[in-house]
Design a protein around this ligand. Structure first.
Ligand SMILES: Cc1ncc(COP(=O)(O)O)c(C=O)c1O
Length: 420
């Protein structure tokens, strides 16, 4: 959604979304940092967790801890039921067709590696092409480069324009008979750009090319419907969507997952093992070797329950207000340049000064209690595209407020005072 200008009065006008109420659900937001109230603007790196998620983790270890899928005893059955219930919640949350299309992984990174190694190694050969964009996170670049080295395929990169938007004509031009997979971020972590992924998918599907969408930065902001998007794979991380670290999801269309060999071997992913031959388990277990992050899966289920109880139209409107207010306020600061000015953005405001390094910006803001990310955001090609070594990045969640943006702006003025 384009960030329409907001005056402070407009932005602060009472709305349906009760942000003060919602903030009470996140205990960490009461913390003081260097004696100042925490202003947490590093949600793109990881989001904070509501009490409901913390309670779910604690409850699992206090009352349910047991290994899953293996035991006949009560605790194991209880833990298995809770873990599998979380899978069903995830299915509903992204509108997948079936539980078997939901693979628990460690996070977005592992999900993309799984597809590269299982799908890629089996269905790509020398001379084939893989399309990514110039604004990908390293986790949507490096696994494909590794695959290219293994099978002799080529990585093709769709350029982005100066606002940080995909150049769709170039994408159309790059698609050809050699293209065997397209892998693109739904929302850019460094720029905040919302990518027109439905169009990306439609154009690829006209040539029967499968598409993976990296949803790491989309799921915390956008209601995702994998059937409506039509994508073949969708990857995301629990910890960026108010759930625990170490757990994430690969959604895959069942027809494709069925054709793909296991990614790792071990317990749980087999139906029969002999030294002569092993038979693999059915979906989704074929891709879930070994004891998984059980509490993490259950905690992610609790995060989804929490998110499902929010009114997403209100959440979107509130986030839009905060982002547009912050965009206006930072644009007015002399010498500050915003990197990433796409028409459609979610949650991210990256900025630079010519004469102050992003790390210095981040360090001084930290003294004011403001947590922003400073660096290349695991997207070095984006930095290269914009000719900067690093940016400072404020990334927002629905619990952030207009008043917090004011603290950020005062902090930036302090940075400028210190560095002249
Ligand atoms: C767009 C995007 N993709 C992938 C990742 C990797 O996520 P994870 O480290 O949780 O695997 C991130 C993390 O910042 C991201 O922002």
């Amino acid at each position: 959604m384009k960030a329409a200008p907001q005056t402070r009065d407009q932005a602060l006008r009472p709305r349906d979304f009760d942000v003060a109420r919602v903030r009470q659900d996140f205990p960490i937001l009461n913390e003081k940092i260097h004696g100042k109230p925490l202003v947490y603007f590093d949600n793109g790196a990881t989001s904070q967790k509501p009490q409901a998620v913390i309670d779910a983790l604690s409850h699992y270890y206090c009352a349910e801890n047991s290994n899953i899928h293996r035991g006949v005893h009560h605790l194991s059955e209880q833990a298995t039921a809770a873990y599998e219930a979380a899978r069903s919640k995830i299915r509903d949350f992204i509108n997948a067709r079936a539980d078997k299309e939901i693979i628990f992984v460690r996070g977005t990174t592992e999900a993309i590696n799984l597809v590269a190694q299982s799908y890629g190694r089996n269905f790509l050969k020398a001379g084939d092409e893989i399309i990514v964009s110039a604004m990908e996170h390293h986790s949507n670049i490096v696994p494909w480069q590794m695959l290219c080295e293994q099978v002799g395929a080529k990585l093709r990169v769709v350029p982005i324009n100066h606002d940080g938007e995909i150049v769709m004509d170039e994408y159309r031009r790059l698609l050809n008979d050699k293209t065997k997979i397209v892998s693109i971020a739904h929302v850019s972590n460094a720029l905040g750009t919302i990518v027109p992924v439905k169009e990306i998918v439609t154009l690829a599907h006209e040539r029967s090319i499968p598409v993976l969408l990296d949803g790491a930065q989309a799921v915390p902001h956008i209601k995702v419907d994998v059937q409506a998007l039509g994508c073949d794979f969708y990857a995301f991380s629990g910890h960026k969507m108010f759930g625990p670290t170490g757990v994430g999801v690969l959604y895959g269309r069942a027809e494709l997952l069925e054709k793909m060999p296991p990614y790792q071997g071990g317990g749980d992913m087999i139906s029969l093992v002999t030294f002569e031959k092993t038979h693999y388990n059915v979906l989704p277990y074929k891709f879930e070797a070994g004891t998984p992050h059980i509490s993490g899966g259950i905690g992610l289920g609790a995060a989804i329950d929490y998110l499902t109880n929010l009114d997403w139209d209100q959440v979107r409107a509130h986030e839009h207000r905060v982002l547009s207010y912050a965009t206006e306020a930072l644009s007015a600061i002399h010498g500050l340049r915003i990197i990433g000015t796409a028409r459609e953005k979610a949650g991210v405001l990256s900025f630079v000064f010519d004469h102050v390094h992003a790390h210095d910006v981040g360090t001084i803001l930290d003294q004011e209690g403001v947590a922003v990310r400073a660096g290349h955001h695991c997207a070095m090609p984006v930095m290269q595209r914009f000719g900067v070594p690093a940016t400072a990045r404020a990334s927002f969640a629905f619990y952030n407020t207009i008043e917090e943006v004011d603290v950020l702006v005062r902090g930036i003025h302090r940075v400028l005072k210190v560095f002249g």
